[in-house]
Design a binder for this molecule. Structure first.
Ligand code: XMP
Length: 516
């Protein structure tokens, strides 16, 4: 395995992800617990992460010195490179002292020497794009190191001590903006550390099950299901670990897609035999939403009511010691931008905030280090059906944010029908998996139409389909005209209440994926 020592960078989890992609098991330990983690894991390699701190600052974190004596290869990334340099006797100075600014964003480096990290990948003299984000820099490296790549702003872009197999990169190989970064990390794990690269999701499952058992002991766990993939995968995994100590509560707000509630209930009760409380709270959500047109107030109401209902049910079943959530890594970093500053709230996502604080329970979050596509792999590994696991992401507030303006049951029913037809056409055309998210939106606008000899005066339905890798940015999916014509015709013919269909041609940014 590889031990990743975390100094608090926003992107430490991405290192773990890249190492997993190379088929190598890794664990992240905060720098304060890195020695214990080393002794337990006996890793074949160590990666030192980046950090918002600066090495010249005396209070900044250090790696346990024993790691440098362990005879194991080490890769230091950004702060990791600097802290290694400092601890081994080199010098790191703040950017403002060297009179040069830092480097932030895209940069190019030139390979000046061969190095085991580059084997089979980068050759002397080549230039490669990398992603830098640093203010301080190494000004004097430690004994035994030499420079193997330079960039304009960082003469020590990559340093290496081949004898000890210590490497340091000033850039971040773990982010996608370093196109060869994943391969470099794979090279470190497999070529430098000699790991086989045959680790799989099956092992992740086994490791997590052991961890959950250890954390929970004899305790009772309650898990809120939203109808989505993440909470379902978390629940199935936890059930596999602790069986009947888990109770699931499915708060059905009546704002799910067609057939979704039935699918979740069928899966849990029928297929897995997992204890499930299905709370049909449609009435309560609809009456609370009545007349509310402000998007943020709609979101807040749904978030709060979800928690209220969940709490009531938790009390009814006699409480629990732990609260399980399907929190993913992007949920954890969502509100924090890459450079470390808090980002502006564009929309208040409801699925992470609120519940843990109010319930004052310890959390079980087995998916916290995974990304969406990895959760899908894990779901398949746990035997969840492909159609369920492969479902497009669906927002916590559900159809309420796909009905701009006031929401009521009649509108939700109309939207559900149109959405089901749209998704059916997409599946029939074999396009479902090529699209990140596709859905219908019911506009609060009525227009005039003619059907047969009659004048109609009904709602407009907008169709949305985007491609994306993480939902942060998105492109419009370019359907054929014939696909759109066929779908629009079906929706107008089959859904009473809609007489006009339009296609949303806005990318993100400037639009968001959802309409509210
Ligand atoms: P936007 O509309 O912000 O959406 O471009 C980005 C992604 O997030 C989903 N989304 C949500 N997911 N709770 C969720 O669980 C929410 O409140 C929420 N709002 C948006 C959206 O579907 C897209 O995948």
């Amino acid at each position: 395995s590889i031990l990743i020592v975390d100094f608090g960078s926003q992107v430490t989890q991405l290192i773990a992800r890249r190492v997993r992609e190379a088929g190598v098991y890794s664990e992240i330990a905060p720098f304060t617990q890195a020695q214990a983690a080393f002794e337990r894991l006996q890793p074949k390699g160590i990666i030192l992460s980046g950090s918002p701190a600066g090495v010249p600052d005396e209070d900044s974190p250090r790696a346990p010195p024993m790691l440098f004596e362990a005879g194991v290869p080490i890769l230091g990334i950004c702060y990791g490179q600097q802290v290694m340099t400092h601890q081994l006797g080199g010098e790191v100075r703040p950017g403002h002292e060297t009179g040069e600014g830092g480097e932030f964003g895209r940069a190019f480096l030139t390979v000046t020497k061969p190095c085991a990290l580059f084997d089979g990948l980068w050759r002397e003299g080549e230039r490669h794009q990398v992603w830098m984000s640093h203010g301080d820099k190494v000004t004097q490296f430690a004994d035994g190191f030499e420079i193997v790549a330079v960039s304009d702003g960082a003469p020590f872009a990559v340093i290496a001590d081949e004898a000890r197999r210590f490497y340091g990169t000033q850039f971040h190989p773990e982010v996608v903006h370093t196109p060869d970064g994943g391969k470099l990390l794979a090279n470190f794990a497999r070529h430098v550390c000699g790991l086989a690269g045959d680790w799989t999701m099956a092992e992740f499952r086994a490791t997590k099950i052991a961890e959950i058992r250890e954390q929970v002991g004899e305790g009772k766990v309650i898990c809120g299901l939203s109808g989505g993939v993440d909470s379902a995968v978390a629940a199935v995994l936890i059930h596999e670990a602790i069986g009947e100590q888990l109770t699931c509560v499915f708060v059905d707000h009546g704002l799910l897609r067609a057939g979704e509630a039935e699918q979740v209930v069928g899966l849990f009760r029928g297929h897995y035999n997992i204890p499930l409380v299905h709370v049909d709270a449609e009435e309560r959500f609809m009456s609370g939403l009545a007349g509310e047109t402000d998007p943020e107030r709609k979101r807040k109401f749904i978030g709060k009511t979800f928690i209220d209902v969940f709490e009531e049910e938790a009390r009814r079943i006699g409480g629990a010691d732990f609260l399980a959530q399907g929190t993913l890594y992007p949920d954890v970093i969502e509100s924090v931008s890459f450079t470390g500053g808090p980002s502006v709230t564009i929309k208040s996502h409801h699925n992470v905030g609120g519940l843990p604080e109010r319930m004052d329970m310890a959390l079980v979050e087995p998916l916290r280090e995974l990304f969406k596509d990895e959760v899908r792999d894990l779901g398949r590994e746990l035997g969840l059906p492909d159609v369920f696991v492969g479902r497009h992401p669906f927002p916590g507030p559900g159809l309420a944010i796909r009905i701009p303006g006031a929401v009521d049951k009649a509108r939700a029913d109309i939207l559900r029908k149109a959405d089901a037809i749209y998704l059916e056409e997409i599946r029939n055309a074999g396009l479902y998996d090529a699209i990140w998210q596709a859905f219908a939106v019911l506009l609060p606008v009525r227009t005039v139409g003619v059907m047969g000899d009659h004048r109609t005066y009904d709602y407009v339905c907008a169709l949305r389909a985007v491609t994306s890798t993480d939902g942060m940015t998105a492109d419009v999916y370019p359907f054929d005209a014939s696909f759109l014509t066929r779908t629009a015709t079906r929706i107008v013919n089959e859904v009473q209440g809609i007489n006009r269909v339009v296609y949303d041609y806005t990318s993100k940014p400037p639009g968001t994926i959802e309409w509210e």
